[in-house]
Design a protein around this ligand. Sequence first.
Ligand SMILES: Cc1cc2nc3c(=O)[nH]c(=O)nc-3n(C[C@H](O)[C@H](O)[C@H](O)COP(=O)(O)OP(=O)(O)OC[C@H]3O[C@@H](n4cnc5c(N)ncnc54)[C@H](O)[C@@H]3O)c2cc1C
Length: 381
Amino acid sequence: MLEKKHLEFREKIRAFALEQIEPLANTLDTEQRFHTEHMKPLTEMGLLSMLIPEEYGGKPTDTITYSIAVEEASRVCGSTGITLAAHNSLGTFPILKFGTEEQKKRYLPRAANGELIAFGLSEPDAGSDAGGTKTHAHRDGDNWIINGSKCWITSATKAFATIATARTSDNPEDRTITSFILEKDWEGYAVGKKENKLGLRGSDTAFLHFDDLKCPVTNQLGKEGEGFKQMLITLDGGRISIGAMALGLGQGAFDCAVKYAAERVQFGKPIAYNQAIQHRLADMATELEAARLMIYEASRMKDAGQPFSHYSAMAKLYASEVARRAAESTLTILGSVGYLTGKYPAERIWRDVKLCEIGEGTSEIQRLVIARHLLKQVQKT
Ligand SMILES: Cc1cc2nc3c(=O)[nH]c(=O)nc-3n(C[C@H](O)[C@H](O)[C@H](O)COP(=O)(O)OP(=O)(O)OC[C@H]3O[C@@H](n4cnc5c(N)ncnc54)[C@H](O)[C@@H]3O)c2cc1C
């Protein structure tokens, strides 16, 4: 499935990640500090413009290449992985897919140049049920006036703009939702306190509050009322990148486990000589490889223009559960040193990886998406 260009890219990005990203990963986690230092190298490597056409300053690649980038970055630092995934798949993609030419010209060159764009869908009362958004927008002449809050927003503190949804009907029962491109500098746009998280502590997650935020109608994204549909389409692609992030984290755990098992001597021989340890390693390697194939296949389907919604849900579901198991097995293989913070990446990965079973739809929601597709197929026959 992989072409020569993919293999070459993997080598290049792997070397880059080891040299530029990994050395800071532990520090950022411990200090709970955003990876500002990584932004220039990430921009120069083109990793923040992978979906943006050249005419808007991007370095476009196919989705497999993009998945490899998220995978390899996450293999050494989950926080950098989620920043990449959120910016590319959730921040720039909707502008590219649904934006006007004027919007593309205004926002994509800045995004390609390393300025982050966030994605504001989740709210305190609208998580899995994102269609239940309470944020409201009403029209006032050439502006929309937006009020409400978004929560859990990746890179909220850093992003210069956010793609956000709001209800554009005055009837609370009516789920007419429209999306907007909102700028951080506008009056009425406020970033809340940064969350203190279990993992991915080198990425910023925060609330956004909109208080009579005046958004010009020219910043409405696509047609009025189509916001929810647009966000579902966006999440279909985003799930591939969260799957790739999980895969990278799982692979990072495996790298650590296999090395440690070969080096750690107990009862006069490396613990890797024990069949119980070997079986764990074999299961991890097998499951990770299967997840990798699913992620690349979802990427291929997306680029081929095939329906891939159910498949990206499967790939994300499987990769995130496999990666969580790999992180857990790695802690088992490391014994007590695995339980320490900072000595080995295993404990950080174990904390980071849980997000992959939550963000962009929990595992339960992925199962609903997959089951809905299966049942539709049956109804068609
Ligand atoms: C680090 C981090 C970064 C994030 N980044 C972003 C971001 O950039 N932008 C953004 O918009 N959001 C972001 N999110 C939010 C994330 O996408 C939501 O938290 C997620 O969709 C789940 O919503 P919830 O937390 O409200 O859970 P809830 O919807 O309250 O669900 C709670 C539990 O109930 C289960 N559940 C809910 N409904 C059903 C059902 N019908 N059937 C079975 N089980 C169900 C869920 O699976 C879950 O286990 C982020 C979250 C985190 C932790």
